[in-house]
Design a protein around this ligand. Sequence first.
Ligand code: CAA
Length: 247
Amino acid sequence: MIRRTALISGGTGGLGTAMCRALADAGHTVVANDLPSLETQCKEWQAKQRDDGYAFELAFADVTDYDACAAMVEDLQARVGTVEILVNNAGITRDGVFKKMSLERWQTVLDASLGGMFNLTRQVFEGMLEGGWGRVINISSLNGQKGQFGQANYSAAKAGAHGLTMALAQEGARNGVTVNSISPGYIGTEMVMAIPEDVRNSIVAQIPVGRLGEPDEIAHVVRFLTDEKSGFITGANIDINGGQWMH
Ligand code: CAA
């Protein structure tokens, strides 16, 4: 196998941690990005991962800040190497019905969940084209495919993420750079556990598999898409939702 450098935004969170481990298990050098304001807890996370046998690098930048993303990638280039695998995993929710949604709630979710993908991918995509190999994986959502009551902002951002995927896939195809989306359904992370219990229970009742997904079940597909043999999969959107949305 070829050892690559992988950057995962929001890498210390629920899904991010599972992705970091899966890509390390595949033999890659893994860098977890997170917010500068979380530096202390990220270092604790890094120490815990080390205790479990995983040596991850940390890189701090708010993905809504283009210049900070550029500086972070420049620093990584010198410190770790060229980023050849990017997982745009950072995303946030600010749920609420549209008739009460403030501009701030709309903008915050779009900036982090979609704008962040531009800000980070823009720093690494050209290098991937020049190097003749790259993997970009955008974490979209079931709710970007079917829409979700109370998530106009998040559904719009996540649908946009797949639009970005399809356009970039065409720009990367000739140079060995694949770009794909993964659309997780409801996975047992903090984000989903923050949904009021009664609402969450009614959502789980709509999942044919009968349970929430596991972060490892997303990470497994991230690893698959980054594989050397996955070079013919590009512009795809992979559903991982327990059968909640079939189309
Ligand atoms: N379809 C139609 N009507 C609905 C509905 C739905 N899915 N859900 C709620 N309603 C109705 C309610 O029945 C209620 O009607 P009445 O006023 O007639 O009683 C009305 O809408 C208001 O509902 P709530 O009492 O729930 O309103 P609220 O303001 O307290 O909460 C909400 C609204 C914040 C959107 C809440 O319903 C909620 O948290 N929903 C879940 C949203 C969700 O799925 N978020 C996913 C987060 S995880 C994630 O995003 C990860 C991922 O990628 C999957």
